[in-house]
Design a protein around this ligand. Structure first.
Ligand code: WT7
Length: 648
């Protein structure tokens, strides 16, 4: 356990809900009671209340074949209809769905009626390209309205989207195209980031050339006007949309029809294609979005800063908010372009009331000081959310005071790509808030903490976080790999879902997350695999051997630190700084900039046990500047002394 988390556990502050907030709160204590007395009935009620079903379901959960669950499986609905048409039919067509803010300062307000019309056109355009229900479509776009349109157009026609974050490399994109066998890719000529155009189309061309799967069509949104090469398979988004009709009737699909695949890092080098389906996913994203964020759709302006390339963007930019008819902001660029107050300026400009971001962002703003946010009017804010990693109490308090003005609720939400929606969080207006703790399972969710042997930890204590009962938005599998699905999540504790996180329960029953217990790192709220980065390093001609650890980092939570042994034949005469720089750049190019190691240390040896296993624990001690721990199980105990000298 690291020092920061030790420190978090000493936190004792509590905040009662303000009476004015509680009086208008969407959530109520009755939600807990209802879910406790009849969990499945509770979810069935939520599904009926929050969604419009084309064919009502009669069965809630089928768990006769664990770990494969189905929810509402004799019901039918169209996810896009639920996010769009029905709001227009209910008279809310003029409500703004998206306030888009481009990084260069261009903006667009898109109403529910307009978004519905665009999605209908895009659905027809995909159909014209031969996309059929169940086909996979890869989406590689900046955070622009077309990304939302593309996802919903897939959902509307029953195609399965696989969104790949625009920061990933051509190789990452290519392997995802192959894994899902996507025959159509939707991209852009580029996007704006840090005041510059970053190209996407050339990356797609490279990925498509490298892929084994035959990509029939690449649809290209012209976002920046940058020159791109056009090939026969390329289709301009503007032309495809102009040629398509704006009439399209959404057909119903089964509640278990696949909605999307989203890749996430695991403990091996190969990312897992997490599969989510329709009815249960939309039920839980809508339920949590409404109750955890206290959504009043007629008056709130909601802003979640996540990119649609991550699960947070899927569940809390696209599906949850739009199913609930919310008005939201989406922003294309980086927080500090063209100035360090850009986010606060956006909050002021749109009168944002609900704001959802990651601890890493909060900590980097803390470093810059309160005078930057204080230069803007943030008084519209009435609720703040956090996601992605544990939020340290100092950052929580700063967030509440400096951004929130001192008295509004801050909710820390724990969940994962696999869980699809929020699982642990306070309910604002109901739960007393405790900085640093994600607190309690949301109504209808069953969480426990187990010992390594699978025994429940009673009362106060720490262990491994599990979900003990199936939940509506749970992953339905890993695309194409049922064995890996069983092994990763279910082998350890039978029919209880093993999340891969350590956790502790305090004397009030509140849950504190303690970080990953596997070889997965969390860098700026994004999951990275040590194995994936190691295999990228080893693929470089300089590298003989490599070991990667996640070292705690003041701003990003964890940072990637690599230890590399060079091949003498390739690197004779090369200085260490050049080699290390080259390897950092190599990882960024192979996987994506988020995976670029903070440091690459060139060493002569790696610490190994007698059976040849690398002892990453010792390397982590070194990377975090601590006294190196117990080395007695090393094959050669002098190795750490040598490495320590090389690193200093
Ligand atoms: C992992 C999931 C789902 C949102 C973005 C990340 C960590 C996430 C919290 C939190 C402590 C958290 C966990 C989890 N995590 N939220 N509020 N407190 N840890 O999604 O990439 O699937 O990563 O992020 O370690 O397992 P993801």
């Amino acid at each position: 356990m690291n020092a920061q988390i030790d420190h978090n556990l000493e936190e004792i502050r509590r905040f009662r809900p303000a009476p004015e907030f509680a009086a208008q709160a969407v959530a109520s204590p009755e939600l807990y009671d209802a879910a406790a007395s009849d969990r499945l009935g509770f979810w069935a009620d939520q599904a009926r209340e929050l969604l419009t079903w084309s064919k009502p379901f009669t069965r809630t959960l089928d768990w006769t074949n664990p770990p494969f669950a189905t929810w509402f499986d004799d019901g039918e609905l169209n996810v896009a209809y639920n996010c769009l048409d029905r709001h227009v039919e209910e008279g809310n067509g003029d409500r703004v769905a998206l306030h888009f803010e481009g990084e260069p300062g261009d903006s667009r307000a898109i109403t529910y009626a307009e978004l519905t019309a665009e999605v209908k056109r895009a659905a027809n355009a995909l159909i014209a390209l031969g996309v059929e229900p169940g086909d996979r479509v890869a989406i590689y776009l900046p955070l622009i309205p077309e990304a939302v349109v593309a996802m919903l157009a897939c959902a509307r026609i029953g195609a399965v989207h696989s969104v790949v974050f625009g920061g990933f490399s051509s190789q990452s994109l290519s392997s995802r195209i192959d894994d899902a066998e996507a025959h159509v890719v939707i991209t852009a000529d580029g996007g704006y980031r840090k005041g510059r155009v970053f190209p996407l189309k050339p990356t797609v061309d490279e990925a498509v050339a490298a892929a084994e799967t035959e990509v029939r069509a690449v649809i290209v949104v012209e976002r920046t006007g940058a020159e791109v090469e056009w090939t026969d398979r390329d289709v301009r988004w503007s032309e495809a949309m102009a040629d398509a009709s704006s009439e399209h009737t959404a057909l119903p699909f089964n509640a278990e029809h696949p909605l999307f695949i989203l890749y996430t890092s695991g403990t091996t080098g190969k990312p897992k294609g997490i599969l989510h389906t329709s009815g249960g996913y939309l039920t839980q994203t809508a339920f949590t979005h409404k109750n955890v964020f206290d959504l009043h759709p007629e008056r709130d302006v909601y802003w979640c800063t996540a990119d649609v390339g991550w699960i947070t963007g899927h569940s809390y930019v696209v599906y949850g908010p739009l199913a609930n008819g919310a008005t939201q902001v989406i922003y294309e660029g980086t927080p500090d372009t063209p100035h360090a107050g850009r986010w606060w300026e956006i909050i002021e400009k749109y009168g944002v009331t609900i704001f959802y971001t990651a601890p890493t962002a909060i900590r980097s703003f803390m470093k810059l000081g309160r005078q930057i946010p204080h230069g803007f009017n943030l008084r519209s804010l009435r609720l703040l959310g956090s996601v992605g990693e544990p939020i340290n109490p100092e950052a929580w308090i700063w967030y509440r005071h400096v951004i929130g003005g001192g008295s509004i609720p801050v909710v820390d939400t724990w969940w994962q790509t696999e869980t699809g929606a929020i699982m642990i969080s306070a309910l604002p207006g109901v739960t007393d808030l405790k900085p640093g703790s994600a607190q309690v399972a949301v109504p209808g969710i069953s969480i426990d903490i187990l010992s390594d042997e699978g025994e429940p930890v009673e009362g106060v204590g720490g262990g491994l976080l599990v979900v003990t009962e199936p939940w509506p938005s749970m992953l339905r599998g890993i695309w194409g790999d049922p064995d890996r699905f069983r092994e990763t999540y279910w082998e350890k504790f039978g029919d209880k879902y093993f999340a891969g996180d350590g956790a502790r329960r305090d004397e009030d029953g509140d849950i504190w997350l303690l970080g990953r217990v596997d070889d997965v790192m969390n860098v700026s709220g994004h999951r990275l695999s040590t194995a994936e980065i190691e295999s990228s390093l080893v693929a470089h001609p300089f590298t003989a051997e490599a070991a990667v650890v996640g070292a705690s980092d003041e701003t990003t939570g964890q940072a990637v630190v690599a230890f590399v042994i060079l091949k003498e034949r390739q690197t004779a005469g090369l200085d260490i700084a050049t080699a290390s720089e080259e390897l950092r750049a190599h990882v960024a190019k192979q996987i994506g900039a988020i995976a670029r190691p903070r440091q690459v240390f060139i060493v002569g040896e790696l610490p190994k046990t007698r059976s040849g296993k690398i002892m990453r624990r010792l390397l982590r001690d070194l990377a975090e500047g601590r006294q190196v721990g117990d080395t007695t199980t090393l094959a050669d105990t002098s190795v750490m002394t040598a490495i320590t000298e090389q690193v200093r």
